[in-house]
Design a protein around this ligand. Structure first.
Ligand SMILES: NC(=O)c1ccc[n+]([C@@H]2O[C@H](COP(=O)([O-])OP(=O)(O)OC[C@H]3O[C@@H](n4cnc5c(N)ncnc54)[C@H](OP(=O)(O)O)[C@@H]3O)[C@@H](O)[C@H]2O)c1
Length: 305
């Protein structure tokens, strides 16, 4: 498994992460097998959020790993806060309270990275900075990131933060690739040219911010997977055809496509299936060619000028 540094920090992790959103309803034994498989395959970054299963994902994770042991520093754990019922909350009090609750549920003393989950337009960056400083000084959080944020929102935060943002987690897959599409279709009068997120891909590259790709094999907003889906026949045929050259299947290739981008994108897989997880991890060491990357892109119905 290849490794990357998150942003420009000294936090080094596997280039593929395991997302724990879907482990909330799983039996302890199945969670145990999933996490052990991830560790055996070399995955070292585990992604959480306080809202996954209303906290149950963090509880389930904390039950299968002893996060008070000396092995705690062998893995990187991140979680997110800021989403509440019907609103977003980046107030100092709420951030502080959320982290305490996350640590309790995971049964650990610290988070490696805390992410602000979705932008809160009522955010006061000075307040966030205060909360972050307190969290670092008390040893509860090592580093900070955001999720679903645009470049100006990150710059606004960074103006006040002592520890700058090192990760931005965004939805990104072969089918949901607007941040890539707009850079390929600059100034064209087609949908693909619409810059929906203020050139977030280029901004993150310029500022050494790791993009973590959430829902790497979903299409739409949780509409299902595009893998083996008849709606994406051409894409699946292409992934299978190119995968055969590397001795892997379409699942592995969907990840190899994300990893080929020089932005060092880190896919966050949400699989709960051990066999699929092993297939996904094979992508870590595969480097597809430039031509193959574009062939896959076009097979998803994307057009080039
Ligand atoms: N920051 C955010 O706003 C945000 C939002 C959503 C998610 N996330 C993070 O991103 C992680 C990944 O998200 P995700 O779970 O949506 O990602 P995903 O890996 O694209 O989707 C996983 C789902 O797709 C299914 N799947 C995958 N391959 C399949 C196949 N070949 N056939 C049938 N089903 C297949 C999985 O089923 P199996 O379990 O059976 O494999 C699972 O239900 C989450 O765990 C979370 O950590 C972040």
């Amino acid at each position: 498994m290849k490794s990357i540094n998150i942003g420009n920090s000294n936090v080094e992790t596997s280039n593929i992460a395991l997302g724990c959103m879907r482990i909330a309803n799983m039996e302890k034994d199945s969670v145990d097998k999933l996490i052990k498989t991830a560790l055996d395959e070399g995955i070292t970054l585990f992604d959480h959020a306080d809202i996954y299963g209303k906290g149950q994902s963090e509880i389930n994770f904390g039950k299968v790993l002893d996060l008070k042991s000396s092995k705690r520093d062998e893995i990187v754990i991140q979680s997110k806060c800021g989403i509440r019922a019907g609103f977003f909350d980046f107030s100092k009090e709420y951030i502080m309270e959320s982290v305490d609750n996350i640590l309790k549920r995971l049964n650990t003393d610290y988070l490696d990275i805390l992410l602000l989950h979705r932008p809160d337009t009522l955010m006061e960056p000075e307040e966030v900075a205060e909360a972050f400083s307190l969290l670092v000084n008390s040893g509860k959080v090592r580093k900070f990131g955001v999720s679903n944020h645009n470049p100006m929102q990150i710059q606004l935060l960074n103006k006040y933060l002592e520890d700058k943002i090192i990760v931005n987690q965004l939805q990104l897959s072969i089918t949901n690739s607007s941040m890539i599409d707009c850079g390929l279709n600059v100034n064209m009068e087609i949908d693909g040219s619409i810059n929906r997120d203020d050139s977030v891909l280029e901004f993150c590259r310029l500022n050494d911010i790791t993009i973590q790709a959430w829902s790497p094999v979903q299409y739409g907003f949780f509409e299902g997977t595009f893998l083996n889906n008849p709606k994406f026949k051409e894409l699946n045929e292409k992934l299978t055809e190119i995968g055969a050259r590397y001795g892997v299947n379409n699942n592995t290739m969907a990840y190899a496509w994300l990893l080929r981008h020089p932005a060092k994108i880190q896919p966050v897989t949400g699989t709960t299936n051990i066999e699929r997880l092993k297939e996904i991890c094979k992508a870590s060491d595969i480097k597809i060619t430039r031509e193959e990357w574009y062939e896959i892109y076009r097979s998803a119905g994307k057009v080039l000028p």
